[in-house]
Design a protein around this ligand. Sequence first.
Ligand SMILES: [Zn+2]
Length: 301
Amino acid sequence: MRIFDPHIHMTSRTTDDYERMAAAGVRAVVEPAFWLGQPRTSPDSFADYFDSIIGWEPFRAAQFGVRHHATIALNPKEANDPRCRPVLDLLPRYLEKDGVVAVGEIGYDSMTPAEDEAFAAQLALAVAHELPAMVHTPHRDKARGVERSLAVVAESGIDPGLVVLDHLNEVTAGPVRDSGCWLGFSIYPDTKMSPPRMVELLRLYGTERMLVNSAADWGRSDPLLTRATGEAMLLAGFTADDVDRVLWRNPVEFYAQSGRLDLTGVDDAGAAAGQPGTGGPGGAAPAGGTFAGNSILRGGS
Ligand SMILES: [Zn+2]
């Protein structure tokens, strides 16, 4: 099973996670810029964070045979903090970088006027830079949040095929499907979507434009729930090709619209899952080396 996790915050995860993910078949990930649990007080913190998710983190992922890309944005929550607003001015420079495959996460947290403004401004940036947009939908008041998000997307003039609305569920999937946008589902250990609920939605809506992610971050989450969803699909009678479509070809198709997705060496359908540190094709990039003088090795090396 080859897996592309289109939404995971690897900066919050350990090398154990990378090892387990590679062994489970995860060969590629997209890391959206988001908030870190604690408020940032200056745009400079964002610049360092953006540099890290397009520099150090792809290097770290490569040590485990995982290809890493990022999306860049001012997240909805911190869009409310006037100290963070100047981050919007930093974005054009980052949206030109090679490993950046979308503008995101944008969208709503509490649906404030400040969020309205940042959301629309960043959709305009996606249009200007010809990039896909990755839209976080709020965890509270979800139905209204999705309705408003779809209205803002429509108003921006961006092609709906370039937009994914994420963190959907049974209530919000239908309207997004009708809009022509892509549907993102975050599978969590004990809230939101679970593998069995995801299987039911795939039965209902089919596999087209459907993306499944772990959204694993610094909170309770599990980077292997993509794999668990693939297994639940097989048990429910979906074919291996259906699983490959949902867990690999769909995210590839969506993010390839950036023109910057580089899966050289990790996208061979026949290759075995990446084995950490073995090098060569099949998902395992050569491990070793350093990034700005730093390696992931510790002790005696
Ligand atoms: Zn996220």
